[in-house]
Design a protein around this ligand. Structure first.
Ligand code: F6P
Length: 540
């Protein structure tokens, strides 16, 4: 098949799905009323995660059509291609082997051997910090770690460190600085003692503006506290695939942890980019994170598509995006410690699926990635949930619940669970005009008042959601959850026919920011638009 016919065949297949959509009046209430076993039928469990996807607009026929579409796209082969290290990142001619970062057992491949060496290096380094054999320039032990990185070199480790708070070591505090806004770095350093602070410069490319500027400022800060140039090595380590640039910055070669071009930034928390996790919680906790992810990898590799969690989640998202015209997807972790999960997922999903051409460069004849957003429950309930319930958009939701309490306050945990379940139930059921009127009359309103007020109280309902349950918020379950979403996004890319591993879209802004930074000091080019010219004059 030529690339044009392949692109057209996807459009044709999607239009078959659309005719299935057109044939039916979709009612979640009805789907549940007609099938008491629905929750059991549309639930799956793998690697410590229980997925209930029954509150979706799906019946057996829908699922079959989606699975047929997946097979037409050779999804099973594409999954194997990812896992065996084929060049799935076709525009950059390389594999995406983040799954090799969480291999278990003895290393078998060249990639796994490199990973094993890196694990040993991470473990030794963290031990030397924890047992205080690693010391700062004035011989004080290290008590503060500041990770300087952005995007994939920040969001993953930052989220995991926050999620695993009960496992934090007392002797060490881990901080994260990402923004080029100097307030980020200076606010973080304000409370720290330079003599006890170690920086991790985390940058795969070692050329990212934000990381470079923050790292340079951090170096000046340490030097101004009395550290000599030759003692800098005691306060800086790096994680990068650009060894030369890291060395040029002044980082000792033995303090550079490797990164490889076969790992994408947004998939890198399992590599030495996860060093802050090891420092905050100890290597064993990190190892369990890898085990959890590996358990999900095994499931992804072997489960048939009809019971494959990442595939099912991607197929439902595809169904809504293509046939229901949804434009966004909300993720609602009902766990305070997962407050940073939506931000991590935003990069993973939107940087991967925000594309307009397929793998062969053909313009897509259908929409691609959705806007991903959300926040921790229950906070969102008192903010944007209003729009989820009564707004005009249909926004599919992923609820994430944790079975075991995450604090000593067990009664509050019961409330948290009740709120989580009630939100998905409310989205499903809604409230009809009749129910709204009845409720108002029962509350003592006159018939006339009830009629006037009722339309404002109508909640359309019929709004879909998944609920994922983790047995516990520990590193194993967290690893499994993150791998689940990584694979979901990969499947999303396969269904769309795009390359989910490049991100050329972020380059233009980077190029222009350098030009603007330069122009601010000199001549503003005449051929720039008047708004840009005027903003440069006003802001600099
Ligand atoms: O600008 C986007 C991006 O390239 C991400 O993909 C990446 O995670 C982030 O920047 C940071 O890149 P690096 O680790 O090379 O500094």
């Amino acid at each position: 098949m030529t690339s044009e016919t392949l692109a057209l065949s996807r459009v044709a297949a999607i239009s078959r799905l659309k005719s299935h959509f057109d044939q039916k009046k979709w009612s979640l209430r009805e789907l549940f009323a007609t099938d008491p076993q629905r929750a059991d039928k549309f639930s799956c469990m793998a690697a410590g995660i229980d997925l209930d996807y029954s509150k979706n607009h799906l019946n057996e026929d829908t699922l079959q059509l989606l699975l047929d579409y997946a097979e037409e796209q050779n999804l099973s082969n594409q999954i194997s291609a990812l896992l065996c290290g084929a060049n799935v990142n076709n525009t950059e001619h390389r594999p995406a082997l983040h799954t090799a970062l969480r291999f278990q057992g003895q290393p078998q491949t060249e990639h796994q051997r490199a990973v094993e060496d890196c694990r040993v290096q991470m473990k030794r380094f963290a031990e030397s910090v924890h047992n205080h054999s690693w010391r700062g320039f004035s011989d004080k032990p290290i008590r503060h770690i500041v990770n300087i990185g952005i995007g994939g070199s920040d969001l993953g480790p930052r989220m995991v460190v926050e999620a695993l708070r009960p496992w934090h070591k007392d002797s060490i505090r881990v901080h994260f600085v990402a923004n080029v806004d100097g307030a980020d770095l200076s606010d973080t350093l304000a409370d720290l003692d330079a003599e006890e602070t170690l920086f991790i410069v985390a940058s795969k490319s070692f050329s990212t503006l934000e990381t470079r500027e923050n790292a340079l400022s951090a170096r000046r800060w340490i030097l101004s506290a009395g550290c000599s140039e030759s003692q800098l090595a005691q306060h800086f380590v790096a994680v990068s695939s650009n060894i030369t640039a890291a060395q040029d910055f002044g980082i000792a070669p033995e303090n550079i942890f490797p990164m490889w071009n076969w790992v994408g930034g947004r998939y890198s928390l399992w590599s030495a980019i996860g060093l802050p996790i090891v420092l905050a919680c100890g290597y064993e906790v990190f190892a369990q994170l890898l085990q959890g992810a590996n358990a999900m990898d095994q499931h992804f590799a072997s489960a048939p598509l009809e019971s494959n969690l990442p595939a099912l989640m991607a197929l439902t998202q595809f169904w809504y995006r293509q046939c229901w015209n949804t434009t966004s997807q909300v993720v609602l972790p009902y766990a305070q410690r997962l407050a940073r999960f939506p931000a991590w997922l935003q990069q993973l999903d939107m940087e991967s699926l925000g594309k307009s051409v397929d793998k062969d460069g053909q313009t897509l004849g259908y929409p691609s990635g959705s806007v991903i957003w959300g926040s921790e429950g229950t906070n969102g309930q008192h903010s944007f949930h209003q729009l989820l319930h009564q707004g005009t958009e249909l926004i599919p939701a992923d609820f994430i619940a944790i079975k075991e309490p995450t604090s000593e306050l067990h009664e509050q945990h019961r409330w948290l669970q009740a709120c989580c379940i009630s939100q998905s139930q409310a989205l499903l059921r809604g409230k009809s005009l009749h129910e709204a009127r009845q409720e108002l009359e029962e509350a003592g309103h006159t018939h006339r008042e009830a009629h006037a007020l009722a339309p404002h109280k109508v909640i359309p309902g019929n709004r879909p959601s998944n609920t994922l349950i983790l047995g516990k918020l520990d590193s194993f379950h967290l690893g499994s959850l993150l791998a689940l979403y990584e694979h979901k996004v990969y499947v999303g890319g396969c269904l769309l026919g795009i390359n989910p591993f490049d991100q050329w879209g972020v380059e233009l802004g980077k190029q222009l920011s350098s030009k603007i930074h330069k122009a601010a000091k000199g001549e503003i080019p005449q051929d720039w638009d008047s708004s840009t010219r005027s903003l440069v004059k006003k802001l600099f």
